[in-house]
Design a binder for this molecule. Sequence first.
Ligand SMILES: [Zn+2]
Length: 104
Amino acid sequence: MLRRNVSRTEMDGRQSDEDSAQDIADKAASSYNKEFLFHQSNSDRQLLQMVESALGRIREGNFGQCISCGQEINPKRLEAVPWTRYCIECQEKMEQGQLEHAPI
Ligand SMILES: [Zn+2]
């Protein structure tokens, strides 16, 4: 399902629709289960919040945009972490403490 969605996304350009929302939900569910098996922690809840936030951005039509600088997030990055809210540059800045985390 994921692969089909990716090839269709490549053909159609970056399209936000019900299918991509479903893929994110599927992916989140499997990540959530993995996380849950190893450690129950705040990261579970945070991941769910980030996923819900990503689903909200799909509905609003601004999914795939960095919430910090507004640039489009690299599609490969979105494929790996569909709930990410930052482009790689802003993510790196944040990890170096140069950027504040935005509230979820
Ligand atoms: Zn950015």
